[in-house]
Structures are given as C-alpha cells and as structure tokens.
Design a protein around this ligand. Sequence first.
Ligand SMILES: Cc1ncc(COP(=O)(O)O)c(C=O)c1O
Length: 382
Amino acid sequence: MRRMTDTNFRSLFDLPRDLTYLNCAYMGPMLKAAAAAGQAAYDRRQRPWEMVVQDQFFDQPEALRREAAKLFSATADDIALIPAASYGLAMAAQNLELSAGQEILTLAEQFPSNVYVWREKAAQAGAKVKTVTRSANQSWTEAILEAIGPQTAIAALPEVHWADGGLVDLIAVGAALRSQGGRLVLDLTQSLGTSHFALDQIRPDFAISAGYKWLLGPYTLSYAYIAPEHQTGRPLEQGWITREGAEDFAQLVNYSDSYARGARRFDMGERSNFQLGPAALKSLEWLNSLGMEALSNTLLQRTEALEAAVQPLGVHCDTPDRAGHYLCLALPDNAPSDMAARLAENGVSISQRGARLRVTPHVYTDDVDIERFAKAVKAALS
Ligand SMILES: Cc1ncc(COP(=O)(O)O)c(C=O)c1O
C-alpha cells in the first residue's frame, strides 16, 4: 500500500497556513490543478471556433464518466452525469415502482434532498415514508435492519449520516432488502471518494453523489450509478445529446427513437459542460490515483488523531460505528451554542450540526492543524 504520510498534500491546495480547514463535508477545496484546468477551460470558451466537437461534446464527458465509474467500482456505461444529488434522486424516484400501503425507508434527520422527493412519491402512491430512528447506543445498521419488512418497497439511504457520521453497513442492508423484494437507493455524497465502494456486494438500484464535497470538484456536477436493469428506464429530460447518432450534428432532425448506450440516457441536458468538466476530471483523476485503500486509512488516522486531541477536554464521538473519514463530536453540557463561530475566530473551519461538531479533514490535514484544533476547542470551552 502506498504511504501517504510522506507527501506534502497541502502544497496541492490553496490552503493558508494559518487556517485549519476541517469542513470537507460542507465543501471540499478544489485542487490547484483542478482550478487551473477550469480556468483554461474558461479561456478556451472565449473562442468557440477553435472547439473540436467530438472532443468537447463527447470524448471529454466520456473521460469524466470513466473516472466517476472507478469510484463507484462500476463501468462507464453505468454512469450518468447529473447536476445535483436531488436530480439523481428524482430520477430514481421516477423509475421505481411503489404501491399503496408500501413503505419507503429514510433515516431520522437525513439530508433533505433524499427526503422530500420520497414524501412526494409516497403521497402520489398512497404509500408512506417510514423514518428510521436509532437509540443512543444503536448503530444505524441495526435500526435499519429492524425496520425492513415485506412492506418495504424502497430504502433511500446514505452510506454515512451527514449529521452524526454513523456508517451504514450497506452490504447487510442490501441483502436484507433484496430478501424482501425491496429496492436500494443511495445518496453517497458524504462517502464516495473516501473509501472503496463495494458495488458487487451492495448491489444498489441507484446510487448518486454530489461532486463538490469529498470529490473535491466544482459545484453543479454530480454523478449517478444506475444498475443495468434500470438502464432502459425513463430519464427526467428528453434532450438531443442522449439520443443515438447525436454525434452527427447535420442529422439531428432525423429524430431518433433510440437512446445512447447504457446509463447515458439519464445524462442531464448540456452534460458536456465545457467549463466545469475539465476541473472535475482533474479532481477525480487525482482521487483515483491516490487509491481508495490508502486514502481511507489516511483519513481514519487523521480523524483518530483529531478525536484523541480533544478527548481530554470532555469532547468525544458518541456515534456507534462512525465512518473512518467523518468525525461528529458530542459536546459537554456546558459548551457554548456558538462553538463553530468561536473556532472560526481561532482559525478553525468546521460545521456545527445540531448538538455536534462535524469535523471532516482530508489528506492535507497535518499535525499543525490538529494542534490548532485542540487549542481552539479548549479556548472555546473555557
Ligand atoms: C448527504 C448529502 N446529500 C446531498 C447533498 C447536496 O444535495 P444537492 O446536490 O441536492 O444540493 C448534501 C449537502 O450537504 C449532503 O450532505
């Protein structure tokens, strides 16, 4: 396995030395190389007459699709390019069956993009959304397994809960759902690109991820995995570029009833995003070059070091089965309600979600950051 501790990752990012950025779950910083690729793309966009149609409209999106596919452990044919997690979830909702009296499972305090769409679908079908809650010492996996039954038509879940960092054992959940004939829809926005995704064992129907957090990409370019059995489904849009033969611009009004191969029919309109695509491609290539095993080990080690640094202050993680890259810290009773603002005053960027501090590092987080974090927490609590 490649050692990551020897590399100066900070130099690849535009991170000021007096700032400790522990907020990847909010928004990942783009690599300098990705920003440069984006700037070059804007530069080219001033001269459309120099554009090579095959390259810009077709080959570049294919390159992006291939890199995204690696993160899902899928093939390029299984990936659609979409603008946002909510778009991919709407696509999943449109393509899954639901009858009156059946249930859709979601988690308590799940991210809203993966809740509203299911409320709407349930209301239309006369079905209901069942919100899974967990008790203090229970893992999300245990709570979900208890909730799955013959009435479960769809489980719309994250791999990692965005507010407490709890990890869902998707292999176990996927198997339990299949045994009841249920469908699995995943929002991987808080986990894809941080560890290996065991697609063959999890076997989701749809899995999506926004691209601007752990994928370190530009805003408004996201990815969807669509299982082969759904690749003949109904896209949200009926654009021109997702049809077979779209490469021949002179023949576009010889309308085609056939779609491009695989999941491409689900691509968003204007998916050949000339400005954002090159930047996103650089980010995904870089993540894939790190290797998911080395990356997940490194992120686990960073979160463990961050947790250890504040444990003596009475701040600890109380989430069973927390994800390796994602630390949500319960605060002592006397903690001020504006912890995030107090930490920001001392050069530490984190998020506060409910009663917890959400501390999400990346490979650029080093010992200086960990020390500054511990000092800032101590100052905020005193
Ligand atoms: C779990 C999760 N899903 C999705 C999103 C973003 O959703 P969308 O792409 O629909 O804006 C976020 C943003 O915080 C998130 O935490």
